[in-house]
Design a protein around this ligand. Sequence first.
Ligand code: FDA
Length: 304
Amino acid sequence: MEQLMRNFFLFLSKNKTLTNLAKKYGLRFGAARFVAGVDIDQASKKIKEINDDGFVVTVDHLGEFIDNEKEARESADECIHAIEVIAEKGLDSELSLKMTSMGLDISEKLVMDNMRRILDAGKKHNVMVTIDMEDYERSGKTLDIFKELRSEYENVGTVLQAYLYRTVEDIEDLNEYNPYLRLVKGAYKESPEVAYPDKKDVDENYKKIIKMNLLNGNYTAIATHDEAIIDYVKELEKEHNISRDQFEFQMLFGIRRDLQNKLLKEEYKMRVYVPYGDDWYGYNMRRLAERPANAMFVLKGVLK
Ligand code: FDA
Protein backbone atom coordinates (compact mmCIF):
# COMPACT_ATOMS: atom_id res chain seq x y z
CA MET A 1 0.00 0.00 0.00
CA GLU A 2 2.79 2.40 1.02
CA GLN A 3 4.61 1.70 -2.29
CA LEU A 4 1.39 2.34 -4.23
CA MET A 5 0.86 5.69 -2.49
CA ARG A 6 4.49 6.59 -3.13
CA ASN A 7 4.18 5.85 -6.85
CA PHE A 8 0.89 7.76 -6.97
CA PHE A 9 2.42 10.93 -5.50
CA LEU A 10 5.53 10.63 -7.71
CA PHE A 11 3.24 10.27 -10.73
CA LEU A 12 1.29 13.39 -9.66
CA SER A 13 4.55 15.30 -9.09
CA LYS A 14 5.18 15.38 -12.86
CA ASN A 15 1.71 16.56 -13.94
CA LYS A 16 2.08 19.84 -15.87
CA THR A 17 -1.57 20.93 -15.70
CA LEU A 18 -1.63 20.58 -11.92
CA THR A 19 1.75 22.36 -11.70
CA ASN A 20 0.34 25.35 -13.62
CA LEU A 21 -2.88 25.39 -11.63
CA ALA A 22 -0.93 25.30 -8.37
CA LYS A 23 1.01 28.44 -9.39
CA LYS A 24 -2.25 30.38 -9.62
CA TYR A 25 -3.64 29.41 -6.26
CA GLY A 26 -0.77 30.04 -3.81
CA LEU A 27 0.40 27.57 -1.18
CA ARG A 28 -2.28 24.86 -0.87
CA PHE A 29 -2.54 21.19 0.08
CA GLY A 30 -0.34 21.54 3.15
CA ALA A 31 2.48 23.13 1.12
CA ALA A 32 3.00 25.85 3.75
CA ARG A 33 4.39 23.13 5.99
CA PHE A 34 7.29 22.48 3.59
CA VAL A 35 7.57 25.80 1.67
CA ALA A 36 8.68 29.07 3.33
CA GLY A 37 6.62 31.46 1.18
CA VAL A 38 5.86 32.44 -2.38
CA ASP A 39 8.58 35.09 -2.66
CA ILE A 40 12.01 35.93 -1.25
CA ASP A 41 10.55 38.59 1.07
CA GLN A 42 8.49 35.97 2.88
CA ALA A 43 11.31 33.42 2.72
CA SER A 44 13.95 35.84 4.04
CA LYS A 45 11.89 36.42 7.20
CA LYS A 46 11.79 32.66 7.82
CA ILE A 47 15.52 32.35 7.09
CA LYS A 48 16.27 35.08 9.63
CA GLU A 49 14.25 33.21 12.28
CA ILE A 50 16.00 29.94 11.43
CA ASN A 51 19.43 31.65 11.60
CA ASP A 52 18.49 33.24 14.93
CA ASP A 53 17.76 29.74 16.26
CA GLY A 54 21.35 28.74 15.40
CA PHE A 55 20.88 26.91 12.07
CA VAL A 56 22.48 27.74 8.74
CA VAL A 57 20.33 27.60 5.61
CA THR A 58 20.34 26.82 1.92
CA VAL A 59 17.53 28.60 0.10
CA ASP A 60 15.91 27.19 -3.03
CA HIS A 61 13.80 29.16 -5.48
CA LEU A 62 11.39 26.42 -6.53
CA GLY A 63 11.20 25.65 -10.22
CA GLU A 64 11.82 22.65 -12.45
CA PHE A 65 11.26 21.22 -15.93
CA ILE A 66 11.16 24.70 -17.52
CA ASP A 67 10.72 24.43 -21.31
CA ASN A 68 11.23 27.99 -22.60
CA GLU A 69 14.21 30.31 -22.61
CA LYS A 70 12.41 33.34 -21.17
CA GLU A 71 11.34 31.50 -18.01
CA ALA A 72 14.79 29.93 -17.58
CA ARG A 73 16.40 33.40 -17.71
CA GLU A 74 13.81 34.75 -15.26
CA SER A 75 14.50 31.86 -12.94
CA ALA A 76 18.24 32.70 -13.02
CA ASP A 77 17.41 36.39 -12.38
CA GLU A 78 15.40 35.34 -9.31
CA CYS A 79 18.36 33.31 -8.02
CA ILE A 80 20.62 36.37 -8.38
CA HIS A 81 18.01 38.45 -6.57
CA ALA A 82 17.93 35.87 -3.76
CA ILE A 83 21.75 36.07 -3.47
CA GLU A 84 21.52 39.87 -3.23
CA VAL A 85 18.85 39.65 -0.52
CA ILE A 86 21.01 37.15 1.42
CA ALA A 87 23.90 39.64 1.27
CA GLU A 88 21.80 42.75 2.02
CA LYS A 89 20.09 41.21 5.04
CA GLY A 90 23.26 39.48 6.30
CA LEU A 91 21.59 36.04 6.22
CA ASP A 92 23.67 32.90 6.76
CA SER A 93 22.46 31.07 3.67
CA GLU A 94 23.68 29.24 0.63
CA LEU A 95 21.62 28.78 -2.55
CA SER A 96 20.32 25.56 -4.14
CA LEU A 97 18.89 25.26 -7.64
CA LYS A 98 17.87 22.77 -10.31
CA MET A 99 19.38 22.48 -13.78
CA THR A 100 15.95 22.10 -15.41
CA SER A 101 15.00 25.50 -13.99
CA MET A 102 18.09 26.97 -15.68
CA GLY A 103 17.10 25.52 -19.09
CA LEU A 104 18.67 22.04 -19.14
CA ASP A 105 15.86 20.74 -21.35
CA ILE A 106 16.38 23.63 -23.80
CA SER A 107 20.12 24.04 -24.37
CA GLU A 108 23.36 23.51 -22.49
CA LYS A 109 24.57 26.95 -23.58
CA LEU A 110 21.57 28.57 -21.89
CA VAL A 111 22.28 26.66 -18.65
CA MET A 112 25.95 27.67 -18.72
CA ASP A 113 25.08 31.36 -19.33
CA ASN A 114 22.58 31.33 -16.49
CA MET A 115 24.89 29.46 -14.13
CA ARG A 116 27.85 31.75 -14.81
CA ARG A 117 25.70 34.79 -14.04
CA ILE A 118 24.54 33.21 -10.78
CA LEU A 119 27.98 31.98 -9.76
CA ASP A 120 29.50 35.42 -10.46
CA ALA A 121 26.90 36.95 -8.12
CA GLY A 122 27.61 34.21 -5.57
CA LYS A 123 31.35 34.86 -5.80
CA LYS A 124 30.82 38.60 -5.33
CA HIS A 125 28.67 38.08 -2.22
CA ASN A 126 30.42 34.98 -0.90
CA VAL A 127 27.42 32.67 -1.39
CA MET A 128 27.89 28.97 -2.15
CA VAL A 129 25.60 27.51 -4.84
CA THR A 130 24.60 23.83 -4.91
CA ILE A 131 23.17 22.09 -7.96
CA ASP A 132 20.36 19.72 -6.90
CA MET A 133 20.20 16.34 -8.62
CA GLU A 134 17.03 15.52 -10.57
CA ASP A 135 15.98 12.31 -12.32
CA TYR A 136 18.42 9.74 -13.71
CA GLU A 137 17.86 10.81 -17.31
CA ARG A 138 19.44 14.17 -16.48
CA SER A 139 22.09 13.09 -13.98
CA GLY A 140 24.94 12.55 -16.49
CA LYS A 141 24.42 15.95 -18.11
CA THR A 142 24.13 17.62 -14.70
CA LEU A 143 27.44 16.14 -13.58
CA ASP A 144 29.17 17.23 -16.82
CA ILE A 145 27.92 20.78 -16.22
CA PHE A 146 29.06 20.63 -12.60
CA LYS A 147 32.58 19.53 -13.63
CA GLU A 148 32.91 22.34 -16.15
CA LEU A 149 31.68 24.95 -13.67
CA ARG A 150 33.81 23.53 -10.85
CA SER A 151 36.96 24.08 -12.89
CA GLU A 152 36.00 27.79 -13.14
CA TYR A 153 34.41 28.45 -9.72
CA GLU A 154 35.13 27.64 -6.06
CA ASN A 155 31.56 28.35 -4.92
CA VAL A 156 29.72 25.51 -6.65
CA GLY A 157 28.72 22.12 -5.27
CA THR A 158 26.33 19.35 -6.28
CA VAL A 159 24.27 16.41 -5.05
CA LEU A 160 24.69 12.64 -5.46
CA GLN A 161 21.91 10.11 -4.83
CA ALA A 162 22.55 6.85 -2.96
CA TYR A 163 19.81 4.95 -4.82
CA LEU A 164 21.67 5.07 -8.17
CA TYR A 165 24.07 2.25 -9.04
CA ARG A 166 26.36 4.77 -10.77
CA THR A 167 26.99 6.88 -7.65
CA VAL A 168 29.96 4.93 -6.25
CA GLU A 169 31.77 5.55 -9.54
CA ASP A 170 30.69 9.20 -9.56
CA ILE A 171 32.21 9.70 -6.09
CA GLU A 172 35.53 8.35 -7.40
CA ASP A 173 35.29 10.29 -10.63
CA LEU A 174 34.57 13.61 -8.89
CA ASN A 175 37.36 13.23 -6.35
CA GLU A 176 39.88 15.11 -8.51
CA TYR A 177 37.58 18.17 -8.39
CA ASN A 178 37.76 18.27 -4.57
CA PRO A 179 33.99 18.73 -4.59
CA TYR A 180 31.50 20.02 -2.04
CA LEU A 181 28.96 17.19 -2.19
CA ARG A 182 25.53 16.89 -0.66
CA LEU A 183 24.69 13.19 -0.33
CA VAL A 184 21.02 12.13 -0.30
CA LYS A 185 19.03 8.91 -0.69
CA GLY A 186 17.18 10.10 -3.84
CA ALA A 187 13.61 11.30 -4.36
CA TYR A 188 12.55 10.42 -7.93
CA LYS A 189 10.86 7.36 -9.39
CA GLU A 190 13.60 5.36 -11.11
CA SER A 191 13.74 2.02 -12.86
CA PRO A 192 15.44 -0.97 -11.16
CA GLU A 193 17.79 -0.93 -14.13
CA VAL A 194 19.45 2.20 -12.77
CA ALA A 195 18.51 2.38 -9.07
CA TYR A 196 18.26 0.03 -6.07
CA PRO A 197 14.57 -0.79 -5.62
CA ASP A 198 14.98 -1.90 -1.98
CA LYS A 199 15.30 0.64 0.81
CA LYS A 200 17.82 -1.50 2.67
CA ASP A 201 20.18 -1.53 -0.33
CA VAL A 202 19.80 2.23 -0.70
CA ASP A 203 20.72 2.67 2.98
CA GLU A 204 23.80 0.41 2.62
CA ASN A 205 24.94 2.29 -0.47
CA TYR A 206 24.31 5.58 1.32
CA LYS A 207 26.66 4.55 4.13
CA LYS A 208 29.23 3.43 1.60
CA ILE A 209 29.30 6.73 -0.34
CA ILE A 210 29.33 8.83 2.85
CA LYS A 211 32.39 6.93 4.07
CA MET A 212 34.13 7.14 0.67
CA ASN A 213 33.61 10.88 0.34
CA LEU A 214 34.66 11.65 3.91
CA LEU A 215 37.77 9.48 3.68
CA ASN A 216 38.62 11.11 0.35
CA GLY A 217 38.84 14.30 2.45
CA ASN A 218 36.05 16.12 0.61
CA TYR A 219 33.47 18.35 2.28
CA THR A 220 30.32 16.30 2.81
CA ALA A 221 26.79 17.42 3.56
CA ILE A 222 24.79 14.46 4.86
CA ALA A 223 21.24 15.40 3.92
CA THR A 224 18.88 12.99 5.65
CA HIS A 225 16.26 12.65 8.40
CA ASP A 226 17.24 9.02 9.02
CA GLU A 227 18.59 8.65 12.58
CA ALA A 228 20.38 5.37 11.80
CA ILE A 229 22.39 7.11 9.07
CA ILE A 230 23.13 10.07 11.35
CA ASP A 231 24.37 7.67 14.06
CA TYR A 232 26.56 5.98 11.46
CA VAL A 233 28.15 9.34 10.58
CA LYS A 234 28.81 10.02 14.27
CA GLU A 235 30.57 6.63 14.52
CA LEU A 236 32.68 7.42 11.45
CA GLU A 237 33.58 10.77 12.98
CA LYS A 238 34.95 9.06 16.09
CA GLU A 239 36.55 6.09 14.37
CA HIS A 240 38.41 8.13 11.74
CA ASN A 241 38.88 11.30 13.74
CA ILE A 242 37.03 13.35 11.14
CA SER A 243 36.99 17.07 11.83
CA ARG A 244 33.61 18.77 12.17
CA ASP A 245 34.91 21.32 9.64
CA GLN A 246 34.67 18.61 7.00
CA PHE A 247 30.98 17.76 7.22
CA GLU A 248 27.52 19.00 8.16
CA PHE A 249 24.02 17.62 8.48
CA GLN A 250 21.17 18.96 6.38
CA MET A 251 17.39 18.52 6.61
CA LEU A 252 14.38 19.90 4.81
CA PHE A 253 12.36 22.81 6.19
CA GLY A 254 9.39 21.48 8.13
CA ILE A 255 10.74 17.94 8.65
CA ARG A 256 12.09 16.50 11.94
CA ARG A 257 12.60 19.80 13.71
CA ASP A 258 13.20 17.77 16.93
CA LEU A 259 16.16 16.00 15.34
CA GLN A 260 17.48 19.27 13.89
CA ASN A 261 17.47 20.75 17.42
CA LYS A 262 19.16 17.68 18.88
CA LEU A 263 22.07 17.87 16.42
CA LEU A 264 22.43 21.58 17.02
CA LYS A 265 22.64 20.97 20.77
CA GLU A 266 25.35 18.40 20.11
CA GLU A 267 27.24 21.22 18.34
CA TYR A 268 27.03 19.80 14.84
CA LYS A 269 26.64 22.16 11.91
CA MET A 270 23.01 21.84 10.87
CA ARG A 271 21.72 23.33 7.63
CA VAL A 272 18.02 23.68 6.77
CA TYR A 273 16.95 23.52 3.11
CA VAL A 274 14.37 26.29 2.71
CA PRO A 275 12.33 26.31 -0.53
CA TYR A 276 10.18 29.22 -1.66
CA GLY A 277 8.26 30.27 -4.77
CA ASP A 278 5.00 29.66 -6.57
CA ASP A 279 6.25 26.50 -8.33
CA TRP A 280 5.79 24.44 -5.15
CA TYR A 281 3.69 21.62 -6.56
CA GLY A 282 6.31 19.01 -7.68
CA TYR A 283 8.42 19.59 -4.54
CA ASN A 284 5.39 19.16 -2.30
CA MET A 285 4.29 15.95 -4.03
CA ARG A 286 7.76 14.40 -3.57
CA ARG A 287 7.59 15.18 0.16
CA LEU A 288 4.20 13.42 0.31
CA ALA A 289 5.66 10.45 -1.59
CA GLU A 290 8.46 10.10 0.97
CA ARG A 291 5.94 9.75 3.74
CA PRO A 292 2.40 8.98 2.67
CA ALA A 293 1.35 9.58 6.30
CA ASN A 294 1.81 13.27 5.41
CA ALA A 295 -1.14 12.89 3.06
CA MET A 296 -3.42 12.53 6.10
CA PHE A 297 -2.10 15.85 7.34
CA VAL A 298 -2.94 17.37 3.93
CA LEU A 299 -6.37 15.79 3.84
CA LYS A 300 -7.18 17.29 7.25
CA GLY A 301 -6.07 20.69 5.89
CA VAL A 302 -8.30 20.34 2.83
CA LEU A 303 -11.30 19.32 4.90
CA LYS A 304 -10.86 22.12 7.47
P1 FDA B 1 13.97 8.15 4.79
O1 FDA B 1 13.08 8.40 3.62
O2 FDA B 1 14.38 6.75 5.09
O3 FDA B 1 13.29 8.78 6.05
C1 FDA B 1 13.83 8.65 7.38
C2 FDA B 1 12.85 9.27 8.36
O4 FDA B 1 12.77 10.68 8.11
C3 FDA B 1 11.41 8.81 8.20
O5 FDA B 1 11.15 7.64 8.93
C4 FDA B 1 10.65 10.00 8.74
O6 FDA B 1 10.69 10.02 10.15
C5 FDA B 1 11.46 11.16 8.28
N1 FDA B 1 11.00 11.69 6.96
C6 FDA B 1 11.59 11.53 5.75
N2 FDA B 1 10.93 12.19 4.78
C7 FDA B 1 9.89 12.78 5.40
C8 FDA B 1 8.82 13.60 4.94
N3 FDA B 1 8.69 13.96 3.67
N4 FDA B 1 7.92 14.02 5.87
C9 FDA B 1 8.03 13.68 7.17
N5 FDA B 1 9.02 12.91 7.66
C10 FDA B 1 9.92 12.46 6.78
N6 FDA B 1 16.67 14.24 -3.42
C11 FDA B 1 17.06 14.22 -4.72
O7 FDA B 1 16.75 13.26 -5.44
N7 FDA B 1 17.80 15.25 -5.23
C12 FDA B 1 18.20 16.31 -4.46
O8 FDA B 1 18.88 17.21 -4.96
C13 FDA B 1 17.79 16.33 -3.09
N8 FDA B 1 18.15 17.37 -2.27
C14 FDA B 1 17.91 17.27 -0.92
C15 FDA B 1 18.42 18.24 -0.04
C16 FDA B 1 18.26 18.08 1.33
C17 FDA B 1 18.84 19.12 2.26
C18 FDA B 1 17.55 16.96 1.85
C19 FDA B 1 17.40 16.76 3.33
C20 FDA B 1 17.02 16.04 0.98
C21 FDA B 1 17.16 16.18 -0.39
N9 FDA B 1 16.63 15.25 -1.27
C22 FDA B 1 17.02 15.27 -2.59
C23 FDA B 1 15.59 14.27 -0.80
C24 FDA B 1 16.18 12.94 -0.43
O9 FDA B 1 16.63 12.25 -1.58
C25 FDA B 1 15.13 12.05 0.28
O10 FDA B 1 14.05 11.82 -0.58
C26 FDA B 1 14.58 12.65 1.57
O11 FDA B 1 15.60 13.29 2.31
C27 FDA B 1 13.96 11.53 2.46
O12 FDA B 1 14.92 10.57 2.77
P2 FDA B 1 15.67 10.42 4.18
O13 FDA B 1 17.14 10.38 3.91
O14 FDA B 1 15.24 11.47 5.10
O15 FDA B 1 15.33 8.95 4.67
